[in-house]
Every structure is written in structure tokens, then in C-alpha cells.
Design a protein around this ligand. Sequence first.
Ligand code: SF4
Ligand code: SF4
Ligand code: SF4
Length: 271
Amino acid sequence: MKKYWSPVFLLFVFEAVAISCWLATDNIFYLFNFSYIGCSVALGVFLFIKKYKNARRVTQLLVGLYMLIYLGFIGNENMQIEGFWYYLFTGVFEAATIHYAVAKIFGPLIFGRGWCGFACWTAMVLDFLPYKTPNQPRKRIGWIRYITFAASFIFVTLLFLVGATHMEQIMFWAFLIGNIAYYLVGIILAYVFKDNRAFCKYVCPVTVILKPMSYFSLRRIKCDKNKCIDCGRCKQVCPMGVDITNNARKNATECILCFECIKNCPKGALH
Ligand code: SF4
Ligand code: SF4
Ligand code: SF4
């Protein structure tokens, strides 16, 4: 039974968030929202424990499609980083601010970049592309993420400075256009670098927040040095090019907790 501790713990964390947000905002939507996400994440982890090979993809589709289509396109919520700045500047603790607080700022202290492995709707599409395991070393162009991060901040700041009207509509169009741009750039980069996760490694502005928070993550993949035979298989299959065998805390800033290394380790040295 001990092996089922992870999904139960995750379910408990998301239920705590669901109830807290519901009570804090007096909006029952948050109870349903985070309960749904918690169940989806716990289901994915449970299926992984049961050795179902598409376990992570199930959660990615359940959460990613829900957030992109239901919250984004139908609910008119800009859940991208521009939406976060927008709600932050307006002082509204709702939608994107809550999403960022849970998935990308405080959540990573517990589950690292689990968002990137299990829930992101951009990666949900990128992970269908053919280059699941990059065979080239990482490029030194990670600085691009700081430009996209600054651009998103400047864009929303300018809207406030010029006193733009119809801000909600602008943010909806920003969400639409932003997503199309992310998918286009992500797909092009995947083919150029032969690496599905090139966008995540070099361009995604969210990683500017995710990486430092994940450094302190409670949940990290650890390597039992007594079992490891240095075969290198874990690094070969890692979509993020992480050498997880050295147990360095900085690995958590790149690791997306996709569990591919655990699945492929011949000695069961990773957990
Ligand atoms: S790095 Fe960005 S695009 Fe990639 S999975 Fe994480 S949040 Fe999504
Ligand atoms: S796959 Fe397992 S045994 Fe091989 S290097 Fe990685 S941790 Fe060690
Ligand atoms: S280190 Fe393992 S869990 Fe982390 S991204 Fe690489 S393969 Fe996935």
C-alpha cells in the first residue's frame, strides 16, 4: 500500500487548495476546479504506479484540455503569463493569479515542475511530436526565456499605462494569439532542434518563475548510488537532458517529473 502514498498525498494537497480557495473567494467553482485537477493528477500518478505506459498523457489531456478549452476559450480566462500580470496589477486574486500561485509559484515547492510534465497544455501538444528524446546536447540559448518573460510584462504594463479600454477582450485575444504563437514556435523549434521540449528549454517565460521555485522542491527524483551501474540509460531517455544520477538539487529546476528515467532504469535505482 505504501506505493500509493503519492497519489493520495497529491489528492489531499489539491483538496486542501480547493477548499481553501472556495472559502477564501466564496466561489464554489474553485472547489470543483481544483478537485477535478487533483483527481486528474492523482489518476495519472496511480496509473504510472500500475505501469500503464500512457499514464502521464492521460493527465496531460485531462488537465490541459480542460484549462485550454473550458477555462480559456469558453470561460474567457487568460491563464497565460499575460493573464497573471493582468490580474496581479488589478489586484484580483482569481483565475490566473490562483493558477500561478498553485501550479507555478508555491506548488513547485512541493511537486517541482510537475506542472510541465503532467498538465501544461502547450507541452500536451509538443509531446505528440516525434522527438521525445533529444540526441543533441543542450544549446546555450536559455537566455531567450528572459526576453519572452520581460515582453509579457512590458505588454501588460503598457496596456495599463495607455489606459486601454476593453481590457478583458484584449486579454482574451492575447490568450488566443499567445497560444497560437506558442504552438507555432514550439513546433518549429522541435523540428529544428529535433527536440520536442526545445520550447520548454529555451523560450517558455514561465520557467523564469518555475525554475527557482523547483530548486527547493520536496519531490525530486533521487538516485540510489548503491544500485546504479552508470549505464547512462536514464539520461538517454530524459526529454530534458537531465543527468539525474548525481542527486544535485539543481536537477529539480530542469526535471519535469515525467518519470521516463524511472521507467527505463534497469536496476530500479531511481525513485
Ligand atoms: S516549460 Fe513552459 S511550455 Fe514547457 S511544459 Fe513548462 S510551462 Fe509548459
Ligand atoms: S538508468 Fe539507472 S542504473 Fe543506469 S545510470 Fe541511470 S540510475 Fe544508474
Ligand atoms: S530526470 Fe527523469 S523525471 Fe526528470 S525529466 Fe528527466 S526523465 Fe523525466
